[in-house]
Design a protein around this ligand. Sequence first.
Ligand SMILES: NC(=O)c1ccc[n+]([C@@H]2O[C@H](COP(=O)([O-])OP(=O)(O)OC[C@H]3O[C@@H](n4cnc5c(N)ncnc54)[C@H](OP(=O)(O)O)[C@@H]3O)[C@@H](O)[C@H]2O)c1
Length: 286
Amino acid sequence: MTPRILVIGSAGQLGTAFRRLGSPAITCVGRPEVDVLRADTIIAAVAGAAPDVVINASAFTAVDAAEADEAGALDVNSRGAAVLAAAAREVGAPIIHVSTDYVFDGNKGSPYFEDDATGPLTAYGRSKLAGEATVALANPHHVIVRTSWLFGTSDRTFVAAVLRLARERERIEMVADQLGSPTFAGDLAAALVAMAADVAGRDDYDWGIRHVAGAHASRFEFAEAVLTAAATHGIRRPELVPTSLAAYRAAAPRPLDTRLDSRFPGTRTRSFRDAVPALVAELLSR
Ligand SMILES: NC(=O)c1ccc[n+]([C@@H]2O[C@H](COP(=O)([O-])OP(=O)(O)OC[C@H]3O[C@@H](n4cnc5c(N)ncnc54)[C@H](OP(=O)(O)O)[C@@H]3O)[C@@H](O)[C@H]2O)c1
């Protein structure tokens, strides 16, 4: 049986994926009504939904903007997340809190496991790492789910951006030496619902950190899969030119290699190669 699940962050990429599951057992709420910076709205939402499990899909995710507003990122990703975790504890619900591969520095040279040393390079990564600790302190019944390179149905994400570039340009440069684990938001949402069913009502669960992510890839390979899928819909294939992360200028440095592996079974979501074709078909049909 699906437990009653309350998801915070309904308008985001992951929040949208939860809404698209269309389950009556899942209540999705978000700003402006429910804001993790306003404890009263959180307490009211948790009391109203009386959930078996709370999932935090909300976050300050603007990696570059966080460099100039680390306090703002910390407010949402650490302080607000802890308020939510504590509100869940008050009603006896575990919290599933989503975190990121950016808690790592990317210099390990092989995929990261849950117990590897963290070392964020960015304000965003530091705020998310702080959130892992504050959530764990606020609610002993917690699962911190780190994921990587989330992609979904929004027009603002990597897959949509590559499709746009394919229509506009003859030649696209794509970083070939940055590695991660592209994770389809719909698959992550489904995996978290399954996890919620596992943890609901349990005291004896192995609480802690889980890496839940898809197959490993470079940005270049990820883009190639998008272009291959687009070509089956008649989109002309531009020349894809490899470039290096060092050539990519942004306010926040990006970690080079944050591929995620897990010490736990059943935490790998579908490969981007399997998830991209249907997503490309959907995005092109809009
Ligand atoms: N995107 C990635 O590549 C990636 C990779 C690894 C991990 N993650 C993690 O995955 C999770 C989901 O990310 P996402 O891509 O779905 O992010 P997203 O699309 O940026 O959505 C974040 C959501 O959080 C909401 N939010 C921000 N501040 C809030 C507040 N004070 N109170 C309530 N809601 C607030 C936003 O609300 P508004 O709509 O009102 O702005 C937005 O709906 C995050 O924990 C993120 O750190 C993401």
